[in-house]
Write a protein that binds this ligand. Structure first.
Ligand SMILES: C[S@@+](CC[C@H](N)C(=O)[O-])C[C@H]1O[C@@H](n2cnc3c(N)ncnc32)[C@H](O)[C@@H]1O
Length: 626
């Protein structure tokens, strides 16, 4: 008797419905969100950004505006702001959050979370979770989220990401953090690697690496172009793939070739196709007709007049090596029948090959490997490894990041920046053109350097948004990592800097770029009317444009591209109407934000014009209730 026997049909259906309706994400991570102190950063305030012009580079906006942003503040505030302006627009989110090592790497409510904090892991997970659920809304459909993590916290973070981004797990990348081996704990094990976890929808692809086409040439002037000499067989034996095990015939020389019993032909014969079977590739007969088989040029030919003669040759080792006698009874029976075919035929001992034209190669790149080649490997170590896939990215260890930041800033004010080569490899692999990259745990700003350096390398127009906290805490209330490390580093790169070397001063060439420096300001929901015109104008530009220009104290502000205009009217008066009408006249579309949209609508009623109300539209986009 089963434990369900007493239930009626209706009761059983209800039971199934309840069970099926349960959240399937119950398989996963559990943490004590209710036991830990509330994260003071989590709040319901509206967020605005102030442009701190003294810290922008250049200070006066370049023509066309600043293209990149560095945002100072807690990333919970910054992310809610960015969701209002950038939802669905970011191609790559690349973050390197604090790893929760217990060694003062993680500030929560103004204090470091230490090794002995009993809620250390729950606090860390809750902290990251609250940010990730906002961040995922910023990603484009074909966007990718990359998250750096160490061995100790990888499993927890991966489960958390599975929960936040169901169905989007791509996998993890391993990189070597150092070449020297240190036994960290009592296991005599040196932990020399970290991970980059990757989440994306199926539409996303890595760039890969251009395949070398050196193996292709055209010595016979084939009108179909360059080709290479490839295998005509695949790695299955005649028992696994009996239908692609058959003899082939060169009509020009009248020579037959036996199939290798351990590696059968890669194409099917038209004679072996089952009725109704659809082939994805050509048949062997078509391949031969199209002159795509490279027949052996000079080879031994054998003819056996009787089966006994053939069997003797096989036993004596002089027959073509693809003809066998078999080891088991079953095999012997098979070969006994098979050999009848070969009696009296002209048999070639050589190996027909496949003439693969370059035009057939589906992708000219090889895929991005999950193993990243450490730059520290010496040549003989590289040779020992199968580096075919690995060499898609060669990345340095942690010390590369440390020395680079020290070189640019002239001090050791930042611990454990990521190596530029690692971050740049991911920027190269995941973005192109004018894609937007976001790092909301920016630290020393390696991601921004990677974006600018990659633009320089491939003439790209990628843009970055970096968010960094000040890291101010009880012990160091005046600390400002965002301003004094991150922005300073990127300013150094854009201005160019010099490094003292043993041979004298070395000038490092400036990277092309600019950025606006912005600071988060909270505005409590009841005080939205106090939002400043500068803050409104910044937000409207970031919603509608890819660049940012500073506020100017004008009657109305306008920015436009070829066919659409964005207008903000800080203070409405009837005298403004003729100028605004004139300004919108030539655009296919114009959106006018003002504090009196109804009054404006009375005066400007063109079809191409849309009126929006400040501050209501911002509150709505921000997700404020009421
Ligand atoms: C591991 S570091 C990132 C290092 C960076 N990848 C680099 O190469 O320099 C993590 C950074 O996140 C910042 N951070 C921590 N909590 C933050 C928060 N709530 N908001 C913004 N930034 C935060 C810390 O200031 C720290 O610099």
């Amino acid at each position: 008797m089963s434990k369900y026997d007493h239930l009626t049909k209706d009761e059983l259906v209800r039971l199934l419905e309840t069970r099926d309706g349960r959240d399937s994400t119950r398989l996963g991570l559990v943490w004590e969100a209710n036991e830990i102190d509330r994260d003071k950063a989590i709040n319901a305030d509206f967020v605005a950004l102030d442009v701190i012009q003294d810290l922008c580079v250049p200070q006066e906006a370049p023509s066309g505006g600043w293209r990149n942003l560095i945002v100072e503040g807690d990333n919970f505030d910054a992310l809610r702001y960015l969701r209002m302006t950038y939802a669905g627009r970011v191609k790559c989110i690349l973050i390197d959050p604090p790893y929760n090592t217990g060694k003062k790497d993680f500030v929560y409510n103004d204090s470091f979370v230490g090794e002995n904090d009993s809620w250390r892991f729950s606090t860390w997970i809750e902290f990251i979770y609250q940010r990730l659920i906002i961040a995922r809304d910023l990603l484009r459909e074909d966007g990718v989220m990359l998250v750096c993590i160490n061995d100790e916290s990888r499993a927890k973070l991966e489960l958390l990401l599975d929960k936040v981004m169901p169905g989007r797990r791509v996998g993890s990348f391993v990189w070597r953090t150092r070449s020297g081996a240190n036994d960290s704990k009592e296991y005599f094990r040196s932990v020399d690697h970290e991970y980059v976890l990757c989440y994306a929808n199926p539409g996303f692809t890595f760039a890969g690496k251009k395949k070398t086409t050196g193996a292709y040439s055209n010595e016979d002037n084939d009108p179909r172009g360059a080709w290479n000499n490839d295998n005509l067989v695949k790695a299955h034996n005649y028992r696994q793939r009996p239908n692609t095990f058959y003899p082939i015939f060169n009509g020009k020389t009248q020579i037959w070739y036996a199939c290798d019993p351990d590696n059968v032909w890669r194409f099917s014969s038209k004679d072996r196709i089952k009725p109704g079977q659809q082939l994805r590739s050509k048949t062997m007969e078509q391949i031969i007709l199209e002159d795509k088989v490279l027949w052996p040029k000079e080879e031994r030919i054998s003819i056996y007049q009787t089966k006994d003669e053939l069997i003797a040759a096989i036993k004596g080792g002089s027959a073509p090596r693809n003809l066998r006698l078999g080891n088991t009874e079953e095999e012997r029976q098979f070969w006994n029948q098979e050999l009848d075919f070969w009696v009296g035929k002209k048999i070639g001992h050589g190996k027909p090959r496949y003439k693969r034209h370059l035009s057939e190669v589906k992708r000219s790149e090889k895929p991005f490997s999950s193993w990243l080649m450490p730059a520290s490997l010496k040549k003989d170590e590289r040779d020992e490894l199968d580096t075919e896939g690995l060499e898609v990215a060669v990345v340095g260890g942690t010390s590369e990041g440390t020395s680079l930041v020290q070189e640019i800033l002239g001090n050791k004010d930042f611990d454990y920046p990521k190596p530029l080569s690692l971050i740049q490899a991911f920027i190269r692999q995941t973005t192109s053109d004018d894609d937007l990259v976001l790092d909301f745990f920016a630290g020393s700003g390696t991601t921004a350097q990677a974006v600018l350096a990659q633009n320089q390398e491939d003439d790209g127009d990628r843009r970055f948004i970096l968010v960094s906290s000040t890291e101010a805490n009880k012990d160091e209330p005046g600390k400002n990592v965002c301003r004094d490390v991150c922005a300073r580093r990127i300013r150094g790169l854009i201005d160019g800097y010099s490094v003292p070397t043993r041979k004298g001063i070395k000038e490092i060439e400036a990277l092309d770029g600019n950025f606006a420096y912005l600071k988060c300001q909270r505005i409590s929901p009841g005080r939205m009317l106090e939002i400043e015109h500068e803050q409104v104008w910044t937000t409207l530009q970031l919603i509608h444009r890819d660049v940012l220009e500073p506020y100017a104290d004008e009657d109305f502000l306008i920015t436009a591209d070829e066919d659409s205009a964005l207008i903000y009217i800080p203070r409405f008066s009837k005298e403004l109407v003729p100028a605004v009408r004139k300004a919108v006249k030539d655009f296919t579309a114009a959106v006018i934000y003002s504090w009196q949209p109804e009054a404006l609508r009375q005066h400007i009623r063109a079809e191409n014009v849309q009126h929006e109300a400040i501050p209501e539209v911002l509150a709505r986009r921000f997700g404020m209730k009421g």
